[in-house]
Design a protein around this ligand. Structure first.
Ligand code: NAD
Ligand code: UDX
Length: 450
C-alpha cells in the first residue's frame, strides 16, 4: 500500500520506517528542509536505537523516501497519516491543533483519489470531526475518510513498541476506511498484535486515558515512596509486592524524580482542559499533574538536605539530563526543574549525559558540561543521578569517590546497591527508602522554595 506520513519527527519517522519494513511504500513529508535533507543523506535527526539501520535498509530497498513536497506525496496515497506535533497551547494547556489544522488543509488540496486520512498525532476528542470538516470545506469533491489511530510507542523503545504493540487502536466510522486500515496493519496482526476497532471519538479518548493512567501509576508510587522514606519501608519492594497482583501489574511502578517527556505532561494537561470544556473535572488527573509538578523541586530539596541543609557555593554533579534513557529528548525533563532549583539555591552544576547534552544546552544555562561521568564528578560535593542510562549502572564507585570532593550520592532512580555505595565510602540517599547507612534525615533548613 502507499502510505504518506505528514511530519517526520519521532512518531512519523518511526511509524514510516516500520510500515516500510512491513513492505508498504512510504513517503515521509516534513516542512523542515534541513530535516528532509538530512534524512535523504541517511542522517537521522533524532536519537532512537535501531532507527538509522531501519531507515537505511528500507531506503536502499526503495520503500521509504523523504520530501518537503506534500502535494505530490499525498496525490496517490492510500493512507495519509497526520503525525505533526500537538504541543501545549501557551497560556491555557489545551492541545495546540494549529499544525494539525494546517496539515489537514494541505492534504485536502492534494487528495487525488479515495484516501484515508489518519490522525496519528495525539489529539482531543472531536479533532477527527475538525479534520473532516476542513477537508470537506476545502475540497467538496474529495473522496476520503478520517480515522483516528493514536500511537502508543515510547521513545527509546519505539521500533519494538511499534512492531510488537500491546494493541493497535483504530477509530473508524465507516467500513471502507476500516478495510484499508486492516490491510495496512495486517503484518502486525500476523505478529499477534490485537487490533481494537472503535468509533473515532473513542479512539481519540483512549490515547489520553492511557497516558493519564500511566502518569497516575507513576505518581502514585512516587507518593508511596515519600511515605516509605518516613516510615522506614522500601518502595522497590512495595512496588514488587503490589505489582505481582495481576490486577495492578508490575510495569510503571518505578519511583523516581517525577515523569517528564514530550507526552505525559502535555497530554495530562490537555485531557484536563478538554474535559473542562465538557463541564467535567478530572480530579484524579488534576492531582496527578499538581503532585508531579511539585515533585521536581522536592527532589532538589532532597539534594539540599543531602548536603547538610545548604548547597550555597557547592558543586553538584548531575548524571543524566534527558527525561529518560535512550533518547536525546529534553522536553519537560525533570532535570531542567531540578537543576534550576539547585542553581537558585546557590549550587554550581556540572553535568553529563550520554547523548542529550546538545539538546540540554538549549534549555539549561550556566551548566558545565563534561565528557564523562568521572569528569562530571571531579571536585563535586554531591553526585545526583537523575536519568538511569545503562552507562551509569556499572560506574567504578571507588574512582568516583577519589575524584569527588564530597562523599554523597543521591540516586533518584534507585539503580545502585546501598552496600556497594557504602563500601566505596559514600553516604547513599535514594528514593523511597530511609538510608540505613550514613546520616539519615538531615536538617531541612535553607531549602529552595517549592
Ligand atoms: P515532533 O515534534 O518530533 O515531530 C513533528 C514533525 O512534524 C516536525 O518535524 C515538524 O517539522 C513536522 N511538521 C509540522 N507541521 C507540518 C506540516 N504541515 N507538514 C509537514 N510536516 C510538519 O513530534 P512527535 O514527538 O513525533 O509527536 C507527534 C505527535 O505524536 C504528537 O501529537 C505527540 O503527542 C504524538 N506522540 C508522540 C510520541 C513520542 O514518543 N514522541 C508518542 C506517541 C504519540
Ligand atoms: C509515553 C508512553 O509510555 C507512550 O505509550 C506514549 O506513546 C508516549 O508517552 P515516553 O514519554 O516515550 O512514552 O516514555 P515513558 O517510558 O512512558 O516514560 C515517561 C516518563 O515517566 C519518563 O520521565 C520516565 O522516567 C517516567 N517513568 C516511567 C517513571 O518515573 N517511572 C516508571 O515506572 C516509568
Amino acid at each position: 500500500m502507499r502510505v504518506t506520513m505528514i511530519g517526520s519527527g519521532y512518531v512519523g519517522l518511526v511509524s514510516g520506517a516500520c510500515f516500510a519494513d512491513f513492505g508498504h511504500e512510504v513517503i515521509c513529508v516534513d516542512v523542515n528542509q534541513q530535516k528532509v535533507d538530512d534524512l535523504k543523506q541517511g542522517r537521522i535527526p533524532i536519537y532512537e536505537p535501531g532507527l538509522d539501520a531501519l531507515v537505511a535498509s528500507n531506503a536502499a530497498a526503495g520503500r521509504i523516501s523523504f520530501t518537503t513536497d506534500l502535494a505530490s506525496a499525498v496525490a496517490d496515497a492510500d493512507a495519509v497519516f497526520i503525525a505533526v506535533g500537538t504541543p501545549s497551547r501557551r497560556g491555557d494547556g489545551h492541545a495546540d491543533l494549529s499544525y494539525v489544522r494546517a496539515a489537514a488543509k494541505e492534504i485536502a488540496q492534494a487528495i487525488g483519489r479515495y484516501t484515508v486520512v489518519v490522525t496519528k498525532s495525539t489529539v482531543p476528542v472531536g479533532t477527527g470531526d475538525v479534520v473532516e470538516h476542513i477537508i470537506r470545506e476545502t475540497r467538496p469533491d474529495a473522496e476520503f475518510s478520517v480515522v483516528s489511530n493514536p500511537e502508543f510507542l515510547r521513545e527509546g523503545a519505539a521500533i519494538e513498541d511499534f512492531k510488537r504493540p500491546d494493541r493497535v487502536v483504530i477509530g473508524a466510522n465507516d467500513e471502507r476506511a476500516k478495510t484499508v486500515m486492516a490491510e495496512l496493519y495486517r503484518p502486525l496482526s500476523l505478529n499477534a498484535a490485537p487490533i481494537l476497532f472503535t468509533d473515532r471519538r473513542t479512539a481519540e479518548l483512549t490515547k489520553y486515558a492511557a497516558n493519564a493512567f500511566l502518569a497516575t501509576k507513576i505518581t502514585f508510587i512516587n507518593e508511596i515512596a515519600d511515605l516509605c522514606e518516613e516510615v522506614g519501608a522500601d518502595v522497590q519492594l512495595v512496588a514488587r509486592g503490589i505489582g505481582m497482583d495481576k490486577r495492578i501489574g508490575s510495569k510503571f511502578l518505578n519511583a523516581g524524580p517525577g515523569y517528564g517527556g514530550s507526552c505525559f505532561p502535555k497530554d495530562t494537561l490537555a485531557l484536563i482542559r478538554s474535559a473542562q470544556d465538557y463541564g467535567v473535572s478530572l480530579r484524579v488527573v488534576e492531582s496527578v499533574v499538581a503532585v508531579n509538578d511539585a515533585r521536581k523541586t522536592a527532589m532538589a530539596r532532597k539534594v539540599v538536605r543531602a548536603c547538610g541543609g545548604s548547597v550555597q557555593g557547592k558543586t553538584v554533579a548531575v548524571l543524566g539530563l534527558t527525561f529518560k534513557p535512550n533518547t536525546d529528548d529534553m522536553r519537560d525533563a525533570p532535570a531542567i526543574n531540578i537543576i534550576d532549583a539547585l542553581q537558585r539555591a546557590g549550587a554550581k552544576i556540572r553535568a553529563h549525559d550520554p547523548v542529550g547534552m546538545d539538546q540540554a544546552k538549549a534549555v539549561l544555562h550556566n551548566v558545565t558540561y563534561t565528557d564523562s561521568a568521572y569528569d562530571c564528578a571531579a571536585g563535586a560535593d554531591v553526585l545526583v543521578l537523575v536519568t538511569e542510562w545503562d552507562a551509569y549502572r556499572a560506574l567504578d564507585l571507588k574512582r568516583l569517590h577519589q575524584v569527588m570532593k564530597g562523599a554523597v550520592i543521591v540516586d533518584l532512580r534507585n539503580v545502585y546497591r546501598e552496600e556497594e555505595v557504602a563500601r566505596a565510602g559514600f553516604e547513599y540517599i535514594r528514593v523511597g527508602a530511609m538510608p540505613k547507612l550514613g546520616k539519615a534525615n538531615e536538617p531541612k533548613a535553607n531549602e529552595p522554595a517549592a
